[in-house]
Ligand binder design. Structure first.
Ligand code: AMP
Ligand code: ZN
Length: 478
């Protein structure tokens, strides 16, 4: 068996689409930078989670379920965390635990599996300190004013990933010009902690307790769980510089290796309704708001529709996330769910993807091509071809969807005809009141009505009427 399965990936290091050949096909190793846990994940943060979840599924398909190690860290030491905990009047630990739990709940609804290993920065402080000491011993880092700094000029290859000029890098890194730095590009490996900040015994003979910089966390955790070198390192394109450039510098210099990861993958950015997502523009959308509140488009959204939407664009391309796109994804899911209901199809126990779908994914995770192939299969299924419907369901399950759930939802909608008319009138009345509340943008009231009905075992589902653009609500008994 060859380790070359025909997978092509665009490597940021070389800027080319390359054949992927793992270093060890019995253990294909991937590291992805995970969340800094101080706030809800926004819809942009969900993109790398969904993209690399799909890549992990593809790698398991190609190399075997037990031959892939996917590591995604949790950054639970960071100045943003300290500030937020102070604002909320809770401990850092309470904040990071609460936020990590919410992150897991949100991502599970998007069909993302947990990574194989999810290391936390605060549980790897000793590994970080050891790495920092090695970097100082080898002359790549120095102690100054109770900080430990990586000396950028000591590594001639610095900047190879970002491919930027020194001037651009200085500007891009928004470097802090501190008097104790030997070079303006030098970055922090360790810094002193003040009163009320989390701190650990410092390395390199520094007396004051301190805490690690962000970049060293990923270098230490990836080395511990995947080794000094590994196959794939991923994250959003914004992390290319300085975060990934600095990870490479630290890891290569500490281990004396010619590379850190062989392939560097970066997902493109997500914007919302044509604009960069930002708190100040008021278009900042969290996954939690989409799933659990009526804030976006006046209704709650299904996590699978979000996954579907994110996968309609190839991972390297920018995405414009729109409510219209989400509603279309949902309609598609409903149509296919109805097809599975009518043809009585559920995914196989061990669903296998079709060759055409794999072909699309092998070409640098070309998900639009994979979905185009699925639409062809769906056309046959709509004509009543049960084998085609089975193929469609199996592919969707492989891609991380739950087509069985889609069929069951359609089942519920179809079976409301038998419900007690008095109950039906009561529910319809409240649905009307909720739509009014939403038109008045009283989302608290609309959420309250939804919760009141949920307490009675009634589940609402909203969708947009394609012709009128109005929101319509259907309901079912849970
Ligand atoms: P952060 O918590 O900011 O470090 O981001 C976590 C992950 O989400 C990183 O991989 C980022 O590159 C990625 N990310 C952040 N914002 C966006 C966005 N708007 N679109 C796509 N990816 C993003
Ligand atoms: Zn990282």
């Amino acid at each position: 068996m060859s380790a070359d399965k025909g997978l092509l990936l665009t490597n940021t290091l070389t800027r080319t689409k390359e054949k992927f050949v793992p270093m060890d096909e019995s253990n294909v190793r991937m590291y992805v930078c995970g969340p800094t846990v101080y706030d809800y994940a926004h819809i942009g943060n969900a993109r790398p989670v969904v993209v690399f979840d799909l890549l992990a599924r593809l790698l398991r398909q190609l190399y075997g379920a037990n031959h892939v190690t996917y590591v995604r860290n949790i950054t639970d030491v960071d100045d943003k965390i300290n500030a937020r905990a102070r604002d909320e009047g809770i401990t850092i630990r309470e904040l990071t635990e609460k936020t990590a739990a919410q992150f897991h709940a949100d991502m599970a609804q998007l069909g993302a599996l947990n990574p194989d290993i999810e290391p936390r920065a605060t549980e790897h402080i000793e590994e970080m300190k050891a790495m920092i000491e090695t970097l100082v011993e080898r002359g790549f880092a120095y102690v100054a004013d109770e900080h430990v700094l990586f000396n950028v000029p000591s590594m001639p290859e610095y900047g190879e990933l970002a491919r930027r000029s020194l001037d651009e890098m200085v500007a891009g890194a928004r470097v802090e010009v501190a008097s104790y730095k030997k070079d303006p590009m030098d970055f922090v490996l360790w810094k002193p902690s003040g009163e009320g900040e989390p701190g650990w015994d410092s390395p390199c003979g520094i007396e004051t307790p301190g805490r690690p910089g962000w970049h060293i966390e990923c270098s230490a955790m990836s080395a511990k769980h995947l080794g000094e070198t590994f196959d794939i390192h991923g994250g959003g394109v914004d992390l290319t510089f300085p975060h990934h450039e600095n990870e490479i510098a630290q890891s290569r210099c500490a281990h004396g290796t010619p590379y850190m990861a062989k392939v560097w993958l970066h997902n493109g950015f997500l914007q919302v309704e044509g604009e960069k997502m930002s708190k100040s523009l008021g278009n900042f959308i969290t996954v939690h708001e989409l799933l659990d509140t009526d804030k976006v488009g006046g209704r709650k959204w299904d996590g699978e529709a979000i996954r579907y939407t994110l996968l309609q664009t190839q991972y390297r391309q920018p995405i414009d996330f729109t409510v219209k796109g989400l509603a279309e994804a949902e309609k598609q899911i409903q149509r296919w769910g109805d097809l599975f209901r009518k043809l009585e199809v559920v995914p196989s126990e061990n669903p296998q993807p079709s060759a055409v779908v794999i072909e699309g994914l092998l070409d640098d995770l070309n998900t639009p091509r994979a979905f185009a192939a699925l639409h062809k299969v769906a056309r046959d299924a709509r004509g009543g071809d049960k084998a085609a419907a089975q193929e469609l369901a199996d592919n969707l399950a492989f891609l991380g969807f739950n087509p069985k759930g889609w069929a069951e939802q359609q089942e519920e909608t179809a079976s409301n005809a038998n419900v007690d008319p008095e109950l039906a009138a009561f529910v319809e009345d409240l649905i009307g009141k909720r739509l009014d509340a939403r038109r008045n943008k009283d989302f608290a009231e609309s959420d309250r009505i939804r919760d009141e009905l949920a307490a009675k075992g009634i589940v609402l589902k909203d969708s947009k009427n394609k012709d009128s653009g109005e929101i319509e609500t259907t309901w079912s008994l849970a």
